[in-house]
Design a protein around this ligand. Sequence first.
Ligand code: GLV
Ligand code: MN
Ligand code: MN
Length: 414
Amino acid sequence: MQIKIEADQLWNELDKLATFSDTPAPSVTRILFTDNDVKARDYFKSLAREAGFEVREDPIGNIFVRFSGSEKNLPAVGTGSHCDAVPYAGRYDGTVGVFAGLEALRALKKSGFSPKRPLEVVFFTSEEPTRFGLGCIGSRLMSGAMDLNRLGQLRDKDGKSVDEARKSAGYDGDLTQVKLPEKYYDYFVELHIEQGPVLEREKKQIGAVTAIAAPASFRIQITGEGGHAGGVLMPARRDALVPCAILTQELERLARESSSPDSVGTVGVVKVHPGAINSIPANVTMEMDIRDTQLKTRDEIVEKILAKARQLEKERNVKMEIETINSDPPAISNETILGSIEASCTETSLSHMRLVSRAYHDSLFMARIAPMGMIFIPSRGGVSHRADEFSSKEEIAQGAEILARTMARLSLQA
Ligand code: GLV
Ligand code: MN
Ligand code: MN
């Protein structure tokens, strides 16, 4: 099949998308339902309509772009990713999967390809946990992995609910409609940058992802007692920050010493109250992220770190309120999809290898309702969630081509 990916056009679109940012270039910060998120959404929808595709949005803001062929009522082959960006991020995380997804559909249409199963690109709402503390809000709801009670409990730093935030971005309607009907997708395949060093190190152009590591995250509110940094002598202190520091170090030790090389633990948020150099910390909120490809080793670390928190509560005479934000199982890719990715690489003479995804993606939740697979392209230096994140124009175009070919194959699959 002849497919021509418009590499320059796709690159220029990603260039323009990167201008919708709350922080200066080269960084990108795009938080759910802010003005820049809405601008990114409008830009994507206008390109999809220009290309002649049907566009629909659901009440939480997931955007669906569809290319139907001969059998409109068959379950679709889905792709897609996210365009929200963590603070001071780069410009490729998620965005490549959304905009190259659109380019894959455009290229297939231009080539004269007629899909059997419809092809669909999804712009998922809030894969990043930045605003509401929980990642993959759109895909969790679409797959039924989260119920509306839980959604209703989420608040941003200003106390706003998801419902208030979505309405301010123009999204309304019955949220029960977000969950997809049974058998909506026959296959789901997401294109993403690797966000790790493996493809670059192994000199491979394409990665076929075999599994997505299991993520868990926790919020711990530590309450001690504040006071004057000069006036309160050490034996009388109930500093809330010191147990936070000990827990952070303990998490690092547990992840480093784990029997699994894939164990990782991070404390990425610490808020100290009152936050003055001459006041003893009275309250601390810390958020930790723990992941592994093996659920068993991840859960062992979780158990140990929470036990350590309980021990510190007693030893340090502070209160620890522990909230599980999420604790998700890993996802395993589907062999038919992996085979289609690999056949597409062979067809185009691109080098490829199998690897796991240590980052999570909306595909973690799509895997609950459809056979799932992912395509990775190299990330320079393995860097991500940083302004210097980089994948080249050529690598992005190669990813788009493999995505287009994989979707075409899956669309025609018996
Ligand atoms: C997604 O960005 C993740 O944290 O893996
Ligand atoms: Mn990310
Ligand atoms: Mn991402």
